[in-house]
Design a protein around this ligand. Structure first.
Ligand SMILES: [Zn+2]
Length: 412
């Protein structure tokens, strides 16, 4: 597929009367999009507890003209906008329902200085609202794609959800030819490779005892401390970007007790699966060594270690020259911006990328800050550029009936 053909298709689509009107209209209805973004955000949806928000979202998808809406047994909510030609490529467009905030967190939106503050307002309240807006605009202007577009939302994207929603989706079906997930961010930003991560909960257990009377007995906390210290000294490559973090530690009972138990959760990431596997091996060796050294201090008893894998997200990569990446880049130019081919992050797209399904994570528009904190905010400045860019990308990939053939290729 040469660049010329991609450019031509996108320019033809952009100049099509209905599409032109849709692109204009996206600016007119930005307030509605924002209202929906707030309404969705104000329904709390911690990972594993997305059902209530999912039900609400399903109703809104229906109102936006999407057909055959269903909630699968994982909790993902999807409907279809049927394409005009059978056996054409099928594209998924989605955002994620869940947030990192535990039940009981106040999710009431507060407007201040032109921004909207609420936990989850950007990640992924923005993505969900843009999904609805895209469905609605295509419905209202009767824009018919050639390939089917599956529109909806996934569950379990954040944290220990470990992408279980999107993993389930791709386990259940093999008829998806392209995938777009919408996350907060600039419409210029095109993310096309996924960071892999492996997360472990590591627990050190020892005999315990009195801090004075049993001094010399190996301590679970001391073993954990030895391990953390050595992990922090591991040198990782900056390219491919590879990282580690001990994000949580727990343990001990009182100040004068030799700890019986101590645990930590470690997050390991890399854009390269081989490097990730090798880092994981090193970290595990450090942990075993820390337990061994603490056990060999000479006191009674030993420290044992248990390791539990609590997160596994595959690393995957596509090339900047890949068709889907080029199409999205041209669509950014079409709306008057310069594409930024951006560093990989960990999102729903990781899973299809690792399976070889062309996939992107695109920014829903506007600005944001404080993601994953209770001070999270959304800045609506030029927010309509997000839906504009994504609409063009969807139409270019799926084709527009009697206007332009799909650029996406059928995989099977
Ligand atoms: Zn997100």
């Amino acid at each position: 597929m040469d660049r010329v053909r991609i450019k031509k298709a996108i320019s033809t689509i952009s100049n099509h009367d209905k599409v032109k009107r849709a692109l204009n209209e996206l600016k007119e209805i930005r307030e509605l999009t924002l209202r929906e973004q707030i309404a969705i955000t104000e329904i709390e949806a911690p990972t594993f507890e997305e059902a209530k928000r999912g039900e609400y979202f399903a109703n809104m998808l229906k109102e936006a003209g999407v057909q055959d809406i269903s909630t699968d047994n994982h909790g993902n909510v999807f409907g279809v906008r049927k394409g005009s030609k059978t056996n054409s490529p099928r594209l998924v467009v989605c955002a994620h329902l869940d947030t990192v905030f535990p039940a009981g967190t106040s999710v009431k939106a507060i407007k201040k200085d032109g921004k909207i503050f609420a936990p989850g307002i950007a990640d992924d309240g923005r993505g969900l609202a843009v999904v609805l807006t895209l469905a609605r605009i295509m419905d209202q202007l009767e824009i018919s794609t050639i390939g089917d577009v599956m529109i909806g939302a996934t569950v379990g994207e954040e944290g220990l959800g470990d992408l279980y929603g999107v993993k389930g989706l791709f386990k259940d079906r093999d008829d998806i030819d392209g995938f777009i997930s919408i996350e907060p961010g600039s419409p210029q930003r095109i993310i096309f490779s996924g960071t892999g991560s492996r997360r472990h909960r590591v627990t050190f257990t020892g005999p315990g005892g009195h801090s004075f009377g049993d001094f010399g007995t190996p301590s679970a906390i001391h073993a954990l401390g030895r391990a953390v210290s050595e992990i922090a000294d591991i040198i990782v490559p900056s390219e491919p970007k590879t990282t580690y973090n001990v994000g949580e530690i727990k343990g001990g009972t009182t100040v004068n007790t030799i700890a019986e138990q101590a645990s930590m959760i470690i997050d390991l990431r890399s854009t390269d699966q081989t490097v990730l596997t090798s880092l994981e091996k090193d970290v595990m060796a450090v942990i075993d060594k820390a337990a061994r050294i603490e056990s060999n201090r000479g006191g009674d008893g030993t420290i044992s270690v248990s390791k539990e894998l609590v997160g596994d997200r595959p690393a995957g990569s596509q090339e900047e020259s890949d068709l889907i990446v080029q199409v999205a880049g041209e669509c950014v130019k079409q709306i008057g911006l310069e594409p930024l081919f951006s560093a990989p992050i960990s999102t729903d797209s990781n899973v299809p990328i690792s399976l070889g399904v062309p996939s992107l994570t695109l920014g829903g528009g506007g600005g944001f800050g404080g993601a994953h904190t209770v001070n999270e905010f959304f800045d609506p400045t030029d927010d309509f550029l997000g839906p504009r860019q994504i609409l063009l990308t969807v139409l270019a990939l799926s084709g527009v009936d009697k206007v332009s053939e799909p650029l996406l290729e059928k995989r099977t």
